[in-house]
Design a protein around this ligand. Structure first.
Ligand code: ZN
Ligand code: ZN
Length: 555
């Protein structure tokens, strides 16, 4: 039975390049999941987009003497380029600056306002008399009341990590002109999140498919009690309010960015020529929605967005939120401000996409933080991708290509050992599928790789390269079995390693795309013409490790 799968992926801030933490946290698992379901024949819609709003972007623009829109454009283009080169297969990767997104955000805002889930209240806000503007949290700087660091911001102290409010700062000053701000009353809108405490609690307790980290964090917030949150700010960059008299205010970025999942679906439907098609992914029990995000985003997807959807009513709630933990780099916490990060555009300029996809899949931070190191990158590439999988494929295909006129040899009768390997190949496809259905990515790729190891053991035992001299049929049988197993590996590894799987697909003499073969064993027929095989993966020199580690932390 075909399933309908909506995949929403976290919206990256368009204020800097993507790094490996983003990829391991959300984009790679989402893509593996999407490719698997598409291969299985399910209807899949995977969307996300650049988050163009928010103060990190206005601050970056001021630093570089540009307009916020220029910064957002630059990184949006870079994101699109990275998705293409890493093979992250979005059906739509849009942005929050579109008219469509504003329209959908306004509809949700006005509906929630109508139903009493949004209300107005007056709050005291820092105001710079010299700049004549209200200052959002990040625009107020001062001394941290906890650790006395002089560079604390109105949202957080980077030195001790404590969240702050502008009023807590000692000697607060305007980030732009260093004047001491005054506190003035300003009227804002709030989302009545507290009204959803019981409904969200009841709903969350039924989500047995959630990972323990997601479930436990959600319960912790619920135990503390849901609090109403401001959804507007005094800022001129962002989605305007759909009401007169609030021209100086914009929707708070956390409120409108999550609406992007819905607005992106509507944009996708419009551009497909069938405007009503968005409903098939958002209404009715035939569709399931999955949200792939990093752990810092959990409350927005298990509490706030579901509450907004409940308040709006008539749209599907998240089915699963398979949030990943964090990726550390060379044993240290990833930090973009300290440049302790591996930037995706840099990686893609120097290396192939599949080795990274492999390492981040087999070492995915699914249940706890995991570490990326260049030494492990080289080791896994050389010992696992090249030695275990790539050599298996290359050895078998070149030998067959040379000794059997470039065609798949016809097997004789299979002995029990050969039959067992074929059975394992079929079972592996089922196992990998079941694991992926449940978002167990690490276990899924490990299961596929153990099939490659078994195929190597089988070939050692049968040694067709020796057998061919005495018993050509025995060699042909062993090679046919090996080709069948390799063909299953092509499918099982496709969601993780799409580029090399497609190459292998062509070497095996298949036409079209791997994905169109379905999630099932498809064995090349005897006599099928192979393409001249080339290596799937290249060995990496250990010498690169030192250079790459040396780049970390450097500006
Ligand atoms: Zn501090
Ligand atoms: Zn100022």
């Amino acid at each position: 039975m075909r399933e309908r799968i909506f995949i929403g992926v976290a919206w990256p801030y368009a204020d800097g390049p993507l790094h490996l933490g983003h990829i391991a946290g959300a984009y790679l698992p989402a893509d593996v999941f999407a490719r698997y379901h598409r291969a299985k024949g399910d209807e899949v819609l995977m969307v996300s987009g650049s988050d163009q709003h928010g103060t990190p972007i206005t601050i970056k623009a001021e630093q570089e003497g540009k307009k916020p829109g220029e910064i957002a454009d630059k990184y949006h283009q870079q994101f699109l380029d990275s998705w293409e080169r890493l093979g992250i297969s979005f059906d739509l990767f849009t942005r929050t600056g579109t008219a469509n997104h504003a329209e959908v955000s306004h509809d949700i805002f006005l509906t929630l306002l109508d139903k009493g889930y949004i209300y107005k209240a007056t709050v005291s806000q820092p105001y710079c008399p010299r700049c004549q503007r209200y200052l959002t949290d990040r625009y107020v700087e001062g001394t941290c009341p906890y650790c006395s660091s002089s560079g604390a911001r109105g949202d957080q102290c980077d030195d001790c990590g404590k969240p702050l409010t502008p009023a807590e700062l000692i000697d607060p000053r305007c980030r732009l002109c260093a004047t001491t701000p005054q506190f003035k009353d300003s009227e804002h809108f709030f989302f009545r999140l507290s009204a959803f405490q019981d409904r969200i609690s009841a709903w969350a307790s039924e989500q047995g498919q959630w990972r323990p980290n997601v479930y436990n964090l959600t319960r912790r917030y619920l135990k503390e009690g849901l609090k109403d949150r401001a959804i507007t700010r005094d800022i001129d960059w962002g989605v305007p309010l759909p009401l007169d008299g609030f021209e100086g205010k914009r929707l708070y970025v956390w409120f409108e960015a999550v609406i992007g999942y819905l607005s992106a679906t509507k944009e996708w439907a419009k551009s497909s020529g069938d405007e009503g098609k968005w409903r098939s992914f958002w209404q009715g029990d035939k569709a399931k929605s999955y949200y792939f995000i990093g752990k810092d985003n959990i409350p927005f997807h298990t509490l706030i967005w579901p509450a907004m959807l409940m308040g709006y009513s008539g749209l599907n709630l998240p089915y699963d939120v398979p949030a990943n933990e964090f990726l550390t780099i060379e044993g240290k916490k990833l930090s973009t401000s300290r440049h302790w990060a591996v930037w995706l555009p840099d990686y893609l300029a120097r290396y192939e996409p599949d080795p990274l996809r492999y390492l981040l899949s087999i070492n995915m931070p699914e249940t706890g933080d995991t570490d990326f190191s260049w030494r492990e990158f080289v080791r896994r590439n050389n010992d696992e991708l090249v030695a275990t999988y790539g050599n298996l494929v290359h050895r078998v295909l070149t030998f067959v290509y040379r000794n059997f006129d470039g065609c798949v040899p016809a097997p004789g009768e299979l002995d029990s050992r050969s039959q067992a390997v074929i059975d394992m190949a079929k079972d592996t496809l089922n196992t990998v599928g079941e694991l992926l259905d449940n978002c167990f990515f690490k276990a899924a790729i490990k299961s596929a790789m153990s099939l490659a190891q078994e195929a190597n053991r089988y070939l050692e035992e049968k040694s067709p390269w020796k057998a061919i001299k005495e018993d050509r049929q025995a060699a042909a049988t062993a090679l046919n079995v090996a080709i069948s197993v390799i063909s299953c590996l092509r499918t099982a590894l496709y969601p993780f390693l799409p580029f090399s799987s497609q190459k292998l697909h062509e070497y095996l003499g298949f036409e079209g795309r791997v994905e169109d073969d379905g999630w099932q064993p498809r064995f090349p027929s005897p006599g099928q013409k192979l393409l001249p095989p080339e290596t799937l993966f290249s060995k990496l020199d250990e010498g690169l490790i030192e250079g790459e580690v040396g780049r970390l932390g450097a500006c």
